[in-house]
Design a protein around this ligand. Structure first.
Ligand code: PGA
Length: 263
């Protein structure tokens, strides 16, 4: 079985000094946690200071951008392109629900961002997820919600050539389960498995089984060290996109340890 992927999405939480402390703690501690692939996504402005502070990084630790702009250079005030980030990050989060909600990103822009990442050798982490629960208590799917998530997936991934599907990670993040502080609103592993299996079916219908099986599926939405084991014990859930808990060093390291043990 291949290693799980644990992505820490620091969002806009840490200051520069917080970020440098987190980066140095993770670099030191992750040397001892092998058998897991870890990706850290600090705010864009702190990427270069982190790279400079690290000099060398453990091989199984990478950096990600939380966002990229598809055009290489030009009059795009406030944006940073995949082209500009290509020597700084190995991964990029693309189409996160917070960007879809607050910055109005649609599937077309997400498609272009996926294309730019792949063109410049950055592995995209394509986020997809429904706003409202799509499976009811009887196990029935809400066709509308499923079709929305399927569109996000297929339009995003169509930017990749099929022999590049192994570079693509899909982060299934039900929007209603992100930053949830009550356990009742957190998605269960069973729910996640059902959705991932539907999404894989759709991928196979469109692109065939060969390329589709190269795509890695991870889960995101209020993952902490207390919930990680339940998700990671399923081989179909190949990792996690961790938000809030990723800036709590000890909790995030525990998530990485659990991932290493269940890989
Ligand atoms: P959360 O965020 O773990 O804080 O729910 C996950 C995400 O938004 O990527």
């Amino acid at each position: 079985m291949s290693s799980k992927l644990v992505v820490g999405n620091w969002k806009m939480y840490p200051t520069l000094s917080d970020s440098l402390i987190l980066a140095s703690t993770f670099k030191r501690s992750l040397e001892d946690i092998q058998g897991v692939e870890v990706v850290l996504a600090p705010p864009t402005a702190w990427l270069v200071p982190i790279v400079e502070s690290w000099r060398h990084k453990p091989q199984h630790v990478s950096l990600a951008a939380q966002n990229v702009w598809p055009n290489d250079q030009g009059a795009y005030t406030g944006e940073v392109s995949a082209y500009m980030l290509k020597n700084i990050v190995q991964y990029a989060i693309v189409g996160h629900s917070e960007r879809r909600a607050y910055a109005g990103e649609d599937n077309d822009l997400v498609h272009q961002k996926m294309q730019a990442c792949l063109q410049w050798g950055i592995k995209p982490i394509l986020c997809v997820g429904e706003n409202k629960k799509m499976i009811d208590a009887q196990g029935n799917f809400d066709d509308y919600q499923l079709s929305k998530v399927t569109e996000q997936l297929l339009e995003g991934i169509a930017a990749a050539k099929q022999d590049n599907f192994d570079k693509v990670t899909v982060a299934y993040e039900p929007v209603w389960a992100i930053s949830a502080n009550q356990s009742a609103t957190v998605a269960t592993p069973e729910y996640t498995l059902q959705v991932i299996s539907k999404l894989k079916e759709r991928l196979i219908e469109k692109f065939g089984a060969g390329p589709s099986q190269l795509v890695r599926f991870i889960y995101g939405g209020s993952i902490t060290s207390s919930t990680a084991t339940d998700f990671f014990r399923h081989p179909e859930i190949e990792g996690a996109l961790v938000g809030g808990a990723s800036v709590k060093a000890q909790d995030f390291l525990k998530v990485c340890q659990i991932a290493a043990k269940t890989s």
